[in-house]
Structures are given as structure tokens and as C-alpha cells.
Design a binder for this molecule. Sequence first.
Ligand code: UDP
Ligand code: MG
Length: 310
Amino acid sequence: MTAKLSIVVPCYNEQEAIPLFYPAVEKVVSKMPLETEYWFINDGSADDTLNEMRKLHATDPQRVHYVSFSRNFGKEAGLYAGLEAATGDYVVVMDADLQDPPEYLPEMYKYITSGEYDCVGMRRTDRKGEAKFKSFLSDQFYNVINRISDTKIVSGARDYRMMTRQMVDAVLSMKEYNRFSKGIFNWVGFKTKYLPYKNVERVAGTTDWSTWKLFKYAIDGITDFSEAPLALATWIGGVTAFIAVVGLIVVIVRYFVDPGSSTVGWASLVCIMLFLGGVQLLCLGIVGRYIGRIYMQVKKRPIYIVKEKK
Ligand code: UDP
Ligand code: MG
């Protein structure tokens, strides 16, 4: 029996990319000793993406499928829907914009069928064509999260990865509402092989990820996979209390050594008060972020809502 590979493609406003993506992937997979199926996920696109999917489905209804959401739920939701729909023994997740080059599929397949790995991921070795500031922020993000979280996240690893059925089921068993896939793929464990490759720019369309959006995504990743920020208040509190005790001793000693010298310094007092007020609000904000996430999880809203599926 030949194995089956499911290709999951989250798409948001990819009307130009889809007609290029499909033949490019077909060219590669048709030469592989495999059965394949496609799951395109239309993540509430505002353009003609859904029609492009319908057209592809019409050309090969047995193999090309799509799920269309009722609105934009984000790439993470698209990934989840695709993994849920996929029926293959192996599942590969790819971007529609051909930034995940299909030429690597045979090599990924070779590694995953060797039986030694449960997952083969692609890792960018450079960030050509990306703004310096964006790359800098990315690097900082990986530094921070790998220091404070037990879930290690490989720098430059994309979502382009091929997984065994076993790993896909493990990922699906994580039903959390806030989905940070980069973390989830590592959290479930299993053995991952990373293949390095050079960054490729999108074939068409524009990326939806502004620096600000990426920054928020990074913060979400940290809150989802680390409790370290919650400990910040304890640390700052401890240090401040220590400084206060030292200050108190200084004040008392000075009173006896040089009476009448301790009235000056209201300006520094105001600064200290403002500083501590700020620190308190910051810590409250951090706790608030976690509570917000608990709130969303407790409501148990569905991760996505399907409008059309074929
Ligand atoms: N995407 C999605 N929903 C969104 C944003 C993006 O499904 O809300 C898809 C998009 O169509 C693409 C993939 O996720 O196939 C990666 O997005 P993009 O190329 O913009 O990100 P980058 O490659 O720059 O990380
Ligand atoms: Mg892309």
C-alpha cells in the first residue's frame, strides 16, 4: 500500500499565489511514490482566494479539498483546521506564497520515512530581503524565549514541516485557544530533523505580518509558553524591599551621626514613588495578560468556524 501525504495550505488573500502554488507542488509530488491530497484553508480572505480554491477543486475533486472560514481567524486557526481535515499518513504544512520551496519535499519525505524522525522542519539560514530591525527583534525573541521557557524554539524554523500521523494527532490533542504553533510543535516532543535552506521571497501578494503584529505575536508566544514574567513582580518586590531596608539603616545611622541633615531630597522621593507606581502597574499588566488568556480559554470558543468545506 502506498503512503498518503496531506498538504495543508493556510491562505489569506492569496488569489495570485494559489494558481502558481498548485502546479509548482504538483510538479514535485507527481514524481514521488506517494498518494497526495491537498487541504487549502481559506482564512476569511477578502479577495478571490475562495474562487481559486473552487476552481482547483473542480479540476481534481478527489485530491484537492478546501475549508473556508466564516471570517479571518488567523494562520494558527488555519493550520489547526488543516491538520484536523488531513487524512494522510504524513502531513506537510506549507505557505501558499511558495516561500516554502516544494523542491525540498522529496528530501523531507526521505528523512521522515527513514523511521528515525517524526518530523522534518525547514530552517532559514538567512533573512535576505527582510528589514534589519525586524531581524533584530526576531533574534531577541528567540534569545528571550529560549532562556525563560522550557519549550525550546529553534531560531529561523518556519512552519514548513512534515509530520507523521502520530505527531499530528499529538498536536491536535492540544486544544488550547491561543495557539502558538512554533511552541506547540516543540512542546509535543518527538524527534525533529531541521534542514537548512536559504530564504525565498514571496511569489505574489504581500505579507500580512507587520513588525508590530510580529511583536505582538512574540509576546503571545512568551505568555503561552513561559510563566517567567509572572515571577517578575516577586523579584522586583524582593529587590525593592531589600533596598528599602538598607535605606532605613542609612537614615537611622545618619540621624545619630549628623542630626538635622535628613530633610533635603523631596525630588528624589517623588521619583522613587513614581518609579514604584510604574513598576506596580507593569506587573499588574503582566498578570492581566495571563488572566485575559485564561478568560479566553475558559470560554471554550471554537478555534475556527467553517462556512464551506469540500
Ligand atoms: N495566513 C493565514 N491567515 C492570516 C495570515 C496569513 O492563513 O491571517 C497565511 C498566508 O496566506 C500564508 C501563510 O499564512 O500562506 C504565511 O503568511 P505570510 O506569507 O504573510 O507570512 P510570512 O511568510 O511572511 O511569515
Ligand atoms: Mg510567506
